[in-house]
Design a protein around this ligand. Structure first.
Ligand code: ITT
Length: 194
């Protein structure tokens, strides 16, 4: 079965390709990305918004994910607004803003959450979620990396998400855990991917 990954974020696609490598599924990137305004208040609603937009345009089974980083000391910010947290909205500017907001704050607990929306035909709609808890470091562990990965230390680790392998990240991460639920669901519903 061909599944369209409804995203314009190439880092996400890399993670999906690694985490969802099963013979029955061929992951595809859309020929063109759609500019979906993610203006809902929940990850669930935003993932559905993206998924429906791509499904309606390409008429293919879609998998869309919405992810947020929720920082306790910032009352859950950047949360659903993680992509456009800073004015510029680049990975770099977002991380700079986050570190600035947390300057002098010792309570740095946070979690990532991903909600995957999957739609295989006109009627079906499924959701799968995953969370990963950790803390926000006071400085970057490396200059580059996916989103907030350079400053996120997952619980039980001494290395940030940027410093561990993709396999390891997928094993413990918000997205990896949501994908694991999706894979389990698919394995029990083989008729969907026939
Ligand atoms: P699409 O909507 O096109 O999928 P996006 O980058 O806008 O791409 P999200 O709204 O789901 O994706 O994610 C919001 C931001 O959260 C994203 O731009 C990254 O900065 C960050 N992010 C998402 N997943 C992450 C991860 O696994 N590790 C670190 N940061 C992540």
């Amino acid at each position: 079965m061909k599944i369209l990954v409804a995203t314009s974020n190439s880092d996400k696609l890399v993670e999906y390709k690694k985490a969802l490598s099963i013979p029955e599924i061929e992951l595809m990137l859309p020929e063109e990305s759609i500019d979906v305004i993610e203006d809902c208040n929940t990850l669930m609603e935003n993932s559905r918004l993206k998924g429906i937009a791509y499904f309606n345009r390409f008429k293919l089974p879609v998998l869309a994910d919405d992810t947020g980083l929720f920082v306790h000391a910032l009352n859950g910010a950047p949360g659903v607004h993680s992509a456009r947290y800073s004015t510029k909205g680049t990975y770099d500017a977002n991380v700079i803003k986050l570190l600035k907001e947390l300057e002098g704050i010792t309570e740095r607990r946070a979690f990532f959450e991903t909600v995957i929306f999957f739609k295989s035909d006109e009627k079906s709609e499924y959701f799968f979620s995953g969370k990963c808890h950790g803390t926000i470091l006071s400085e970057r562990t490396c200059s580059e990396g996916f989103g907030y990965d350079p400053v996120f230390l997952p619980d039980g680790y001494e290395l940030s998400f940027s410093q561990i392998t993709l396999e390891e990240k997928n094993r413990i991460s918000h997205r990896g855990l949501a994908v694991a639920k999706f894979k389990k669901f698919i394995s029990h519903h083989k008729d969907i991917i026939k």
